[in-house]
Design a protein around this ligand. Structure first.
Ligand code: XMP
Length: 512
């Protein structure tokens, strides 16, 4: 096992970001609930502890307080934001209640670089977001950095290897924040930086082989990044013991099914079963207009079709899923921590229990960027590794209102043009998602001397980090012009293209 850094979660919206930054430094990190006992951390052999920020005040009645025993484990501790206030409070310093939050950019002046700020400039622009603040140091500590607002912006106890920082090194707005984290990991905790993609793959393959033995594994392939990487990894470990099922629900984009067949069947020689259930899905969706109802029908039909296909495959013991680490973290729900609200598990719900299958989740320790690195190392093409997210209900929620075969076909043609142009200009790889939406409205157009009355396509292109918030992308006008004219020229039934300039919130990324 690689060395582990524990990130104790006090409900910060940035907890996962801290864990990811640590891993970017090739050090394995694990998020623990703040109530985790020091004994458990000791048993896990953690080599360092980071106390996350959090929305609470240390003075609040239900302030999250960790096991004080963690300060006696003999491992380095770094408190960030709420973490530094906790250290102040628990280790004998003074924390003052503040009536207003300090929020935004500040300038940090390093008075004594030590190990935490080694090889970094003496002045850094940092990002603050805190209410309370430390006003007197706990015994054994000295201040090594200040801001205009605080003489104790960075504190250290060299003897015990305890550090506290008032700002957020993990966020993008803090200049060279990752280097501060790396310095803590390497210079203070002595981390060997042994968390690499190559080692992970080797370790995961051993683990899959040990778990699966001689049994068979079934995996529902969606064509998305997670299930694709899980398939490639399990296939490398188990070869023919893996069978993948791909359900064509009739709501796929142009060429999607063929691409899956080519990659997994022809290239990887995976035992791939393609089930064409498109007529069944479309039949059940006939006349249905309400988005949530469409989603339910699509979800239910998928489970039914998948289940039936398993029966025809024969006996298997394991069902593999591309579950990722953010899906399994129990985020601390304090304030309106968005991490605690996202639990978007769009996987095959309830199937394993009903089918008496054991779950195999080889990616459950990984963040998305790590999954992409594993996929690339396993030889998956860029198109798959960097594919944009695509909703489970597919084009079903992009044809607004009732879904028909004809509308789906129009949408597919328009969407395929958009994707081609986005890829040709490289924009596809820079944005979070880019897609077309079929609007069930007709508008008047003119071709030559003739007027026509045909459909409208909306183009939606957004930038986002995690889909919680998003902004519409300012595509170059020339590119928009090309997309629009190609769609109206090449897709006969479309007379008008509109560009969606709504951010999330208040809009959502999808239209349904
Ligand atoms: P919204 O529209 O809520 O979308 O801003 C956020 C992200 O989630 C995707 N999405 C879905 N994914 N099943 C999925 O698997 C769904 O029903 C679904 N609805 C939205 C959407 O594409 C975006 O990336």
């Amino acid at each position: 096992m690689p060395q582990t850094i524990a990130v104790l979660d006090f409900g910060s919206q940035y907890t996962q970001v801290i864990a990811r930054r640590i891993r970017e430094c090739q050090v394995y990190s694990k998020i623990y609930h703040y109530t985790t006992s020091a004994e458990e951390l000791k048993q896990d052999g953690v080599i360092g502890i980071i106390l996350s920020g959090g929305p609470s005040s240390v003075f609040a009645k239900n302030a999250p307080i960790p096991d004080r025993g963690l300060f006696d484990l003999g491992v380095p501790v770094l408190g960030i934001c709420y973490g530094i206030q906790l250290m102040g409070r628990l280790l004998g310093g003074t924390v003052a209640k503040s009536t207003h939050r300090e929020y935004g950019h500040g300038t940090l002046k390093i008075t004594k670089p030590g190990r935490l700020f080694a090889k970094l400039p003496r002045k850094l622009r940092v990002w603050n977001s805190h209410g309370d603040k430390l006003t007197a140091l706990p015994p054994g500590f000295s201040a090594i950095g200040t801001t205009d607002n605080s003489p104790f912006a960075v504190i250290e106890d060299r003897r015990r290897n305890f550090y506290g920082i008032q700002f957020h090194p993990e966020v993008f707005h803090t200049e060279r924040g990752v280097e501060v984290i790396r310095n803590f990991l390497v210079n203070v905790c002595g981390a060997a930086q042994d968390w690499t993609t190559k080692d992970y793959i080797k370790h995961a393959i051993d683990e899959i082989r040990r778990t699966v033995g001689k049994s068979r594994v079934i995996l529902g392939l969606s064509g998305g990044v997670d299930s694709s990487v899980a398939a490639a990894l399990i296939h490398k470990a188990m070869g023919k013991q893996l069978t993948c099922v791909f359900v064509d629900n009739g709501l796929l984009r142009a060429g999607e099914r063929a691409a899956v067949e080519k990659l997994y069947g022809d290239h990887f020689h995976i035992d791939l079963r393609v089930v064409d259930a498109s007529s069944l899905f479309l039949r059940r969706l006939k006349g249905v207009e309400e988005p949530e109802q469409k989603r339910k029908i699509i979800g239910r039909t998928f489970v039914e079709v998948f289940e039936k296909s398993l029966k025809s495959i024969g006996h298997a013991d394991f069902l593999a899923q591309g579950t990722l680490y953010p899906d399994v973290i129990e985020s601390v729900a304090i304030g309106n921590n968005p991490a605690a609200l996202i639990k978007s598990h769009h996987n095959v719900g309830g199937l394993p229990e009903r089918m008496k299958l054991k779950l195999l989740e080889p990616l459950r320790e990984l963040f998305k960027d790590e999954v992409r690195a594993v996929g690339a190392a396993l030889g998956l093409p860029r198109e798959v590794v960097w594919r944009q997210p695509f909703p489970g209900p597919g084009l079903g929620v992009r044809v607004l209102g009732e879904i028909t075969k004809a509308k789906l076909e129009i949408l597919r043609q328009a969407d395929s043009i958009l994707i081609q142009e986005m890829k040709a200009t490289g924009w596809y790889w820079k944005v979070w998602q880019s897609f077309c939406v079929f609007l069930p409205v007709k508008s008047v157009g003119v071709i030559g001397d003739e007027r026509n009355y045909s459909w409208v396509i909306a183009v939606r292109v957004v930038e986002s980090i995690d889909a919680m918030t998003a902004d519409w992308t300012r595509l170059p006008y020339d590119l928009m012009q090309k997309i629009s004219s190609r769609i109206t020229n090449e897709v006969r039934e479309v007379s008008r293209v509109v560009y969606d300039i709504s951010s999330k919130p208040p809009a959502t990324i999808e239209w349904e």
